[in-house]
Design a protein around this ligand. Structure first.
Ligand SMILES: *[C@@H]1O[C@H](CO)[C@@H](O)[C@H](O)[C@H]1NC(C)=O
Ligand SMILES: *[C@@H]1O[C@H](CO)[C@@H](O)[C@H](O)[C@H]1NC(C)=O
Ligand SMILES: *[C@@H]1O[C@H](CO)[C@@H](O)[C@H](O)[C@H]1NC(C)=O
Ligand SMILES: *[C@@H]1O[C@H](CO)[C@@H](O)[C@H](O)[C@H]1NC(C)=O
Ligand SMILES: *[C@@H]1O[C@H](CO)[C@@H](O)[C@H](O)[C@H]1NC(C)=O
Ligand SMILES: *[C@@H]1O[C@H](CO)[C@@H](O)[C@H](O)[C@H]1NC(C)=O
Ligand SMILES: *[C@@H]1O[C@H](CO)[C@@H](O)[C@H](O)[C@H]1NC(C)=O
Ligand SMILES: *[C@@H]1O[C@H](CO)[C@@H](O)[C@H](O)[C@H]1NC(C)=O
Ligand SMILES: *[C@@H]1O[C@H](CO)[C@@H](O)[C@H](O)[C@H]1NC(C)=O
Length: 460
């Protein structure tokens, strides 16, 4: 069943006394309309990328801040390539495939573990994890394979998993720390996204390879996240906690990508276990709370920062992962399809209206709930979120292959020992100067912001 929305008629909206005209007239009953809209948003997103120009570094967006101040952290580039792989997978548009493949391959690092030494000043398990999940998506979609002398997408995902599988320690009874290296600010913080990326990757590797070791690690991490209270009985997922307090000082701010990353992991565990009742109830619980917290009026909403537009650059991108991973959930846990698609349709319709600002008059803001009144913000995160929530609406209109496995046509070359060459002693990578060590990965900014009280009201 295809949800229908007023689309053409919504092109001109009366707001106050002035007419605001929308740039896009998205028709969710038309594949062409969805593809055209997503293609233009993707094009505008890629205007930020300079990695394939002379002097640019392949695979990375400008950044990290403060060079330039509006720049991006390394992880978000990895997340963008994952989005572009899905963009190709849904739409068939190969325009960005080569730049995507080249970008990922440039950033695999000296040991092919998605930890290039250039970025050791800001290497979180979540940063590495996002690149690992992008590699996993490439394997699941049979994205164009690297040449034989390069590690396959599956091997890169396995390297990320293997290097992380040995990192949980006894503080707080288990779990991954946020940062990889002891000299980084945040090494004493155990957070939901770092553990969520590992959980997600483990579940998908189990499904892809049928190797139960990955599933066992995923279960262990899930159990730990629940036992320590980062995920509560209602399936709220909170940001993180410090080891100095035995992880009892839980920062209760909630971000949409945490819901997405655990939901898709749980859906893969559901699929891997041939539809177990346990994982079904976990998927249902996460989905229910995702809708309760992040979909007021059926439109995806970044509850921690959207109202006051106090989002950091990272946060502006979170709805991209939420919406893409909701769509991916429908493929491995089909019973969720009819619950999820109406939310993605309403969000897409709203997001398209919000792409109505900037110099070209069609840059996307974050505030999908504000219709065609652009919120004044623009960036890679906003473009990525809008395009993701739009292209996933091809699902009801045309066949989109579900994620492959090694036994259903996946051709990516794996290496279950990948990552073994990784630097065993991370202190060896410690930079000569520590002046720049707060360079920050995903959530440093949150900790800083939280310390100034901006999110304090949420830390009940
Ligand atoms: C870089 O990639 C973008 C996106 O694919 C493309 O439009 C542009 O022409 C490329 N630039 C160079 C110098 O190859
Ligand atoms: C991608 O690269 C391959 C090999 O170099 C080339 O044949 C193909 O035309 C490129 N595709 C695009 C869309 O640029
Ligand atoms: C690391 O930095 C150097 C110097 O800017 C650059 O040439 C190289 O491409 C970078 N490598 C990665 C993986 O970012
Ligand atoms: C730390 O918390 C765990 C529960 O997460 C508990 O089992 C353990 O006893 C606590 N350790 C200390 C030293 O309080
Ligand atoms: C799922 O079903 C397949 C086929 O019957 C079986 O080989 C596999 O072991 C099952 N997986 C689990 C985790 O029970
Ligand atoms: C959905 O969430 C609401 C609010 O937390 C809760 O009362 C209800 O029991 C949940 N339903 C399911 C099926 O989890
Ligand atoms: C697992 O995923 C496949 C591929 O998307 C799907 O066909 C199958 O129905 C799923 N299994 C269950 C138990 O839902
Ligand atoms: C997939 O499974 C086959 C048969 O078990 C095995 O030979 C092959 O190496 C596997 N491929 C990967 C990428 O692991
Ligand atoms: C399963 O994965 C684990 C962890 O990477 C690895 O040690 C083991 O060799 C794998 N088993 C098989 C049969 O490939």
């Amino acid at each position: 069943m295809i949800p229908t929305f007023v689309s053409h008629a919504a092109a001109a909206l009366l707001v106050g006394s002035s007419v605001v005209t929308a740039s896009y007239t998205l028709d969710l009953t038309s594949s062409d309309s969805i593809k055209d809209t997503a293609a233009t948003i993707a094009y505008d997103m890629m205007t930020y990328y300079k990695g394939n120009t002379s002097g640019g570094i392949p695979g990375v967006l400008p950044g990290p801040p403060p060079n330039p101040t509006w720049g991006y952290y390394w992880w978000e580039s990895g997340a963008m390539w994952g989005t572009l792989i899905d963009y190709w997978h849904y739409t068939g548009d190969t325009s960005y495939n080569n730049v995507t493949a080249a970008g990922i391959q440039w950033q695999t690092g000296q040991n092919d573990d998605m930890m290039p030494s250039n970025w050791s000043q800001s290497m979180g398990n979540d940063d590495q994890g996002f690149w690992g999940m992008t590699a996993m998506t490439a394997a699941e979609t049979n994205f164009q394979n690297p040449t034989a002398d390069q590690p396959g997408w599956l091997a890169l995902a396995q390297a990320v998993f293997n290097t992380q599988a040995i990192r949980p320690d006894n503080t707080c009874n288990g779990g991954l720390r946020w940062q990889v290296y002891p000299y980084l600010t945040g090494y004493d913080y155990k957070n939901s996204i770092a553990n969520g990326c590992f959980f997600n990757l483990g579940a998908r590797l189990a499904r892809y390879t049928s190797n139960d070791t990955y599933a066992q690690h995923a279960e262990t991490i899930w159990d730990w996240v629940q036992s320590v209270g980062l995920m509560d009985a209602e399936y709220n997922i909170y940001d993180g906690a410090h080891i100095e307090t035995n992880c009892t000082d839980i920062n209760k701010v909630q971000f949409s990508y945490n819901m997405g990353v655990y939901l898709l992991g749980a859906a893969n565990m559901y699929n891997y276990t041939n539809g177990s009742a346990l994982w079904q109830s976990r998927v249902e619980g996460l989905l229910n709370q995702t809708f309760n917290v992040f979909f007021p009026d059926n439109i995806a909403y970044e509850v921690a920062c959207e109202q006051k537009l106090s989002c950091t650059t990272d946060m502006f991108s979170f709805k991209a992962y939420l919406t893409r991973w909701l769509a991916a959930t429908t493929q491995v846990a089909p019973f969720t399809h009819d619950l999820i698609m109406p939310k993605l349709a309403a969000s897409a319709q709203a997001a398209a209206l919000q792409c109505n600002g900037g110099d070209n008059g069609r840059m996307c803001g974050l505030s999908w709930s504000k219709g065609a009144v652009w919120d004044g913000t623009q960036g890679v995160g906003q473009q990525m979120a809008a395009m993701s929530t739009i292209f996933v609406n091809l699902l009801p209109l045309q066949p989109v292959a579900g994620p492959l496995t090694n036994s259903t046509g996946g051709t990516s070359i794996g290496n279950s020992n990948a990552g073994a060459q990784s630097v065993a002693n991370p202190a060896a990578l410690k930079p000569a100067t520590t002046g720049d060590r707060a360079g920050a990965g995903i959530i440093t900014t949150i900790i800083l912001v939280s310390a100034t009280g901006m999110f304090g009201w949420m830390s009940i």
